[in-house]
Design a protein around this ligand. Structure first.
Ligand SMILES: [Zn+2]
Length: 340
C-alpha cells in the first residue's frame, strides 16, 4: 500500500509518500481501507520528534474508512461497512481499561503517536476501536470528529464537571478542540466566550454558537472577560495554547473556577503564582484524550447532528507535505483532512 512515513524528525520535507507492506489483519482485528485521515497538531509534534516514536513511522490519528476484512474472532461487523476508528491504543485487559478508564492505561497512546497511524491506505484495528458511522456523515466529516470531540468532552464533562448555566471561556475558536468545545459548552446550555485572531474566524465562531468572541490580537482576554461577565470571571477555561495565553486564562477565572488544559501549542512551561491560585481557590486540571465511554457518548450527539464537525480543507495523501505546511500557517478554521 501507499503510506506517508517519516524516517527522521524535522520539517514537512521529512514526509515521504512511499510503498510499504500491507498490514496483516489479526484474527481479533478488523482491516479498514482508509478513506480519510484528519490532521491534528499532534502530527506536527510527532513529525518534529517526540520521545518514544520509532522510525520509520506513519502519522495520523483520526481515521474513517470502509471495512475490507473481518478477523475470525470478530463478530458484529461486515465487509463494506463505513466506520471510524477510536484514535487511541490501549491494552483492553488491565484494571483501568476494564473499568472504562482507557486513558489511564499504562499502554495508552494516541494512534499515530507511539503506534503507527492512518496516513496510509489500509490499517488493522481491534474491534473495540471500530465504530460504525451513519450515512449522513461523509468520510471527511467522520474523520474530523474523534480526537477533538473526545478531548473536549473529557475536558469539560469528565474533568471540569460542566453544568448548565455556567460561563465557559474556550481558547482558539478555529482549532479543532475549540470548535468542539464551543459546541459542547452550548450543548450544556452554558454561556460561551471564545477567542479568534481575525474577523473571518470571529464570524465563524459566532456561527458555531459562541456568545462572545474576543480578538486575541487586539484585545486583552482577561479584561474582555471581566467586562463581559460583570467583573465575575468564568467558571471554566478550556486551555490548549500554553504560555501565550496561560496568564490571561488564569486571570479570567472566577473565584473557585477551573482551568482545564489538554495542550501546549506555544510551549510546555508556564508560571503560576501560588498566592493567586490558593486565595482564589482555583483548580488547574490536566486532561488527556478520554475514554471509550466518553467517545461513544460524544459520538451519539455527532451522529444525531447536534454536534457538527467542521472540515476546512482536504488534500490527497500524496500531498501530505503541503497539508503540513498549510497547518503550520494556522489559517484554517476546522480540520485538514488527507485522502489516500
Ligand atoms: Zn489497559
Amino acid at each position: 500500500m501507499k503510506a506517508v512515513r517519516i524516517h527522521e524528525f524535522g520539517g514537512p520535507e521529512v514526509l515521504r509518500y512511499e510503498d510499504v507492506a500491507d498490514p496483516q489483519c489479526r484474527k481479533d482485528q478488523v482491516l479498514v481501507r482508509v478513506k480519510a485521515c484528519a490532521m491534528n497538531h499532534l502530527d506536527i509534534w510527532v513529525r518534529k520528534g517526540l520521545p518514544g516514536v520509532k522510525l520509520p513511522h506513519i502519522l495520523g490519528s483520526d481515521i474513517a474508512g470502509e471495512i475490507v476484512e473481518v478477523g475470525e474472532y470478530v463478530s458484529g461487523f461486515k465487509v463494506g461497512q463505513r466506520v471510524l476508528l477510536a484514535p487511541m491504543h490501549f491494552c483492553n485487559h488491565c484494571a483501568k481499561c476494564t473499568a472504562g478508564l482507557q486513558n489511564q492505561c499504562r499502554e495508552y497512546t494516541v494512534v499515530g503517536n507511539l503506534v503507527d497511524g492512518g496516513n496510509c491506505e489500509l490499517i488493522a484495528a481491534p474491534a473495540v476501536r471500530v465504530i460504525p458511522i451513519p450515512d449522513a456523515l461523509d468520510f471527511n466529516q467522520a474523520a474530523s470528529v474523534p480526537l477533538v470531540f473526545l478531548t473536549a468532552w473529557h475536558m469539560l464533562v469528565g474533568r471540569a464537571g460542566i453544568h448548565p448555566g455556567q460561563t465557559v471561556l474556550v481558547l482558539g475558536a478555529n482549532s479543532g478542540v475549540g470548535i468542539a468545545g464551543i459546541q459542547l459548552a452550548k450543548f450544556f446550555n452554558c454561556r460561551v466566550i471564545t477567542t479568534a485572531g481575525d474577523d473571518r474566524k470571529m464570524a465563524k465562531a459566532h456561527e458555531l454558537g459562541a456568545d462572545h468572541v474576543i480578538n486575541h490580537y487586539k484585545q486583552k482576554i482577561s479584561e474582555e472577560v471581566r467586562s463581559i461577565t460583570n467583573k465575575e470571571g468564568v467558571d471554566i477555561v478550556l486551555e490548549h495554547v500554553g504560555p501565550a495565553t496561560w496568564e490571561e486564562s488564569l486571570k479570567s477565572l472566577k473565584l473557585g473556577g477551573a482551568l482545564v488544559t489538554c495542550g501546549a501549542t506555544t510551549g510546555p512551561h508556564v508560571g503560576i503564582d501560588l498566592r493567586f491560585v490558593y486565595s482564589r481557590q482555583l483548580s488547574v486540571l490536566g486532561s488527556y484524550m478520554g475514554t471509550m465511554g466518553e467517545l461513544h457518548e460524544a459520538l451519539k450527539h455527532v451522529f444525531s447532528g447536534t454536534l457538527k464537525p467542521v472540515v476546512d480543507r482536504t488534500f490527497p495523501l500524496a500531498e501530505a507535505r503541503q497539508a503540513h505546511e498549510y497547518m503550520e500557517k494556522s489559517q484554517m478554521f476546522g480540520k485538514i483532512v488527507l485522502n489516500p
